[in-house]
Design a protein around this ligand. Structure first.
Ligand SMILES: [Zn+2]
Length: 60
């Protein structure tokens, strides 16, 4: 159960808020549309496309 290990570790090292469990709070690149942070622009863009991009449901 490596996932439960990660979650409990994140809960311990996080800011204590349930909302932030599992969300990285230490990255340099903050998503403009939510409070998640990422270690690289690419990670941030991937997150944004996956979570926030309004066009992602359309077929190209
Ligand atoms: Zn976001």
């Amino acid at each position: 159960m490596p996932e439960s290990m990660e979650i409990s570790d994140a809960a311990k090292s996080g800011d204590g808020s349930v909302n932030n469990v599992g969300i990285k709070m230490t990255g340099k690149f903050k998503c403009p549309d939510c409070s998640q942070k990422f270690d690289s622009v690419k990670a941030k863009e991937l997150h944004w496309k996956f979570i926030h991009d309004p066009t992602r449901h359309q077929e190209d």
